[in-house]
Design a protein around this ligand. Structure first.
Ligand code: AMP
Length: 280
């Protein structure tokens, strides 16, 4: 497995591969890898000749300086996992390599970013949009892999690909969970033992809400019940709990046909903010 820190080095390598008609799969990540990330690598290896994983903790998508500072950075262990998984190349640039100058470009995703993560983390999706566009230009992948775990990010990137005519296929992979239901996340390693023990309640409450909605309960009532379920566990500070249309991400007052509904949640456990969702 080749590890590149410069855009030029990676580009030279990929140009050679492209001259041999190889197809390229890209998995953008911020590192601190876990099985969720590796499931994207596995999917790419099945569909492409070359799999490139990027590891870059992108400062422009963090609106909370402490979150950026404390974000786990484990490059050596990440590379070992990627090599073991059969990844072809890693792109792990410095901040200076990605942003030699401060960019003043602004991408506004409109209603898609006015809710949930976009509302709670101003500027987050502008940062995501710019870094993902940059990675798409640098790597020119045939396919790019993203997790359903970050549902709003998936919608944003679908928009980006359509609006800017990126010539690639987006592949969305299911959320990988721990055996107790907790969605795998790099931020999970910042939880202390007590917080980690409580964290699976997020998925439990999501699943209960989903069952209630499928049984015909009123959306407002289900949100109130779920909010209460978080509030009675003092370690949680609920940020949002939304029932939304999976495409537009706008709140809905009644659920639609199967596959068009999403429940999305963000909650703090101590200083760590976790997100999760179910689509049904
Ligand atoms: P991150 O490193 O958190 O930016 O995530 C990189 C990619 O991995 C994103 O497309 C995420 O949606 C995806 N991802 C993160 N956690 C999971 C998970 N538990 N299951 C599936 N995909 C995930």
């Amino acid at each position: 497995m080749e590890v590149f820190t410069s855009i030029k080095g990676l580009r030279n390598f990929l140009d050679q591969q492209l001259s041999q008609q190889k197809t390229i799969g890209l998995i953008p990540t911020m590192g601190a890898l876990h099985e969720g990330h590796i499931s994207l690598v596995d999917a790419s290896i099945k569909q492409n000749d070359i799999t490139v994983a990027s590891i870059f903790v992108n400062p422009t998508q963090f609106n909370n300086p402490e979150d950026l500072l404390k974000y786990p950075r484990t490059l050596e262990a990440d590379c070992a996992m990627l090599e073991q998984a059969g990844c072809t190349a890693v792109f792990a640039p410095s901040v200076e390599e990605m942003y030699p100058e401060k960019s003043s470009l602004v991408i506004n995703f409109g209603p898609l970013e006015s809710v949930m993560e976009g509302a709670s983390r101003p500027g987050h999706f502008n940062g995501v949009g710019i870094v993902v566009s940059k990675l798409f230009h640098i790597v020119s992948p045939h396919r790019a892999y993203f997790g359903q775990k970050d549902l709003q990010q998936v919608s944003i990137i679908k928009r980006l690909v359509a609006d800017l005519a990126f010539n690639l296929e987006l592949i969305v992979c299911p959320t990988i969970r721990e055996t107790d239901g907790l969605a795998m996340s790099s931020r999970n390693r910042r939880l202390n033992d007590a917080e980690r023990a409580i964290a699976p309640h997020i998925y439990r409450i999501l699943e209960e809400a989903k069952s209630s909605l499928e049984a015909g309960k009123d959306v407002k009532q289900v949100i109130a019940t779920a909010t209460h379920a978080f509030n009675i566990i003092p370690e949680f500070k609920l940020d949002y709990f939304e029932v939304a249309d999976v495409k537009t991400l706008q709140p809905i007052s009644a659920i639609g046909t199967a596959g068009t509904n999403a429940i999305c949640v963000a909650a703090f456990l101590g200083p760590v903010r976790l997100i999760d969702n179910v689509v049904f």
